[in-house]
Ligand binder design. Structure first.
Ligand SMILES: Nc1ncnc2c1ncn2[C@@H]1O[C@H](COP(=O)(O)OP(=O)(O)OP(=O)(O)O)[C@@H](O)[C@H]1O
Length: 219
């Protein structure tokens, strides 16, 4: 079943020389339990596409359907609710809550979505190598540790759609591989649609499908 559908997405950004087209008719579907890698050169529009899929940015044209729901057809509150309850995000800015401990950050998204499960959180912290850090605060963590908290926070809410922008980009190869494997395992076990940006051909090769963004289109 298709959980994420992008239909003929167009997006341009304004510049001094006029609008610069970034996405020029991108269509993509991701089914539940499917893991899709999004690749493409720097500046090709991968993050822009992920932001649009997440409903954080509006496309100039085209539709985003999450679980069959048209994001643009929803009022702001409905879109926020859908994003909270259904979509998990792991972005390059980790957006951890500075005033909350690691443990509370891990639980944060799931609490908002009304699906907090303390045992699952504890298990995730262990799998992500964060068990000894749950009482710390984000500013007391390394970049890689913060990245793992951001991943754990998204996974803890058991999202139906998980969007991740280079989720293991700040991790060493062994840690990155283990975290990547955990994301794939949970997405598949929970029947979630996982769309992730990666620059690594090796990691992309472990996904069910690879789509490549070039000149505003997917190949
Ligand atoms: N808010 C914005 N205003 C103007 N231009 C933007 C904006 N956001 C992105 N762009 C431009 O759109 C293009 C695509 O950017 P995007 O961040 O989506 O690329 P990317 O493929 O994710 O790159 P990277 O791999 O380097 O992260 C770039 O040329 C970028 O400069």
């Amino acid at each position: 079943m298709t959980l994420l559908a992008l239909e003929d997405i167009h997006k341009s950004f304004a510049s001094a020389e006029g609008p610069v087209p970034v996405l020029q008719g991108v269509s993509l579907t991701v089914a539940g339990g499917e893991v899709v890698a999004l690749t493409g050169e720097s500046g090709s529009g991968k993050s822009t596409l992920l932001h649009i899929a997440a409903g954080l940015e509006a496309p100039d044209a085209g539709r985003v359907l999450v679980g069959g729901q048209d994001m643009a057809a929803l009022p702001d509150t409905g879109r926020a609710k859908l994003r909270r309850g259904t979509v998990g995000l792991v972005f390059q800015q980790f957006n951890l809550v500075p005033s909350l401990s690691v443990g509370a950050n891990l639980a944060f998204q799931a609490r908002l979505a009304g699906g907090h499960d303390a045992a699952f959180c504890t298990q995730l912290a262990a799998r992500l190598g964060l068990s000894d850090l749950v009482a710390r605060y984000p500013e007391q963590l390394s970049g890689g540790q913060q990245q793992r908290v951001a991943i754990g926070r998204a996974l803890a809410a058991r999202p139906k759609v998980l969007l991740a922008d280079e989720p293991t980009g700040n991790l060493d190869e062994a840690t990155g591989d283990a975290v990547f494997a955990l994301m794939l395992e949970l997405a598949r076990a929970q029947g979630a649609a996982l769309l992730l940006v990666t620059h690594s051909a090796r990691l992309a090769g472990r996904c069910d499908r690879v789509v490549h963004l070039r000149a505003g289109r997917l190949a």
